[in-house]
Design a protein around this ligand. Structure first.
Ligand code: HEC
Length: 108
C-alpha cells in the first residue's frame, strides 16, 4: 500500500514538472527573434510574460505549450482568454509576446 502511494506521488510530481517545462526559459536569442514582431521586446518582458502566462492561463484547462499553436492561433485566442482570466491589457500583451515569441523557439 505504501509503495502504491509513493509511486502515485512520484507520478503526480512527474506530471507537474512536465506541464511546467513547456518551452525553454526565454533567452537573449529569443529576444532577438521576437523583436522582429515586437520591436520593444526585452528579456525581462519575456520573463514577465512567462510568469503571467503560467499564473493566469492554466486554471481552467492546464497550460498549453507555446509550441503547440502557431502565431495566428495565439493572436486569435489570447484576447478572449485574457478576458476570461481577467488580466489587464498590459498583462495580456506580455502573455501574447511570450507565447508568440516562444512559439518560434527551437526545441532543445
Ligand atoms: C475561466 C477559464 C479560462 C481561463 C482563465 C483561460 N482559459 Fe483558455 N480556454 C477556456 C475554455 C473554456 C476554452 C475552450 C472553449 C473556448 O474557446 O472558449 C479555452 C481555450 C483556449 C485555447 C484554445 C485551445 C484549442 O485547442 O484550440 C487557448 C490557446 C487558450 N484557451 C489559451 C488561454 C490563455 C493564453 C489563457 C490566459 C490568458 C487562458 N486560456 C485562460 C477557459 C479558460
Amino acid at each position: 500500500m505504501k509503495k502504491i502511494l509513493i509511486i502515485s506521488a512520484l507520478a503526480f510530481l512527474a506530471a507537474c514538472t512536465a506541464s511546467v517545462k513547456m518551452a525553454a526559459d526565454p533567452a537573449q536569442s529569443d529576444v532577438e527573434r521576437g523583436s522582429k514582431l515586437f520591436p520593444a521586446l526585452t528579456l525581462s518582458a519575456l520573463n514577465e510574460g512567462k510568469l503571467a502566462y503560467e499564473s493566469n492561463c492554466g486554471k481552467c484547462h492546464g497550460l498549453f505549450s507555446p509550441l503547440k499553436f502557431n502565431e495566428a492561433k495565439w493572436r486569435k485566442e489570447v484576447p478572449p482568454m485574457a478576458k476570461k482570466a481577467k488580466v489587464d491589457a498590459n498583462t495580456q500583451n506580455l502573455i501574447l509576446q511570450y507565447v508568440v515569441t516562444m512559439n518560434g523557439a527551437v526545441v532543445k
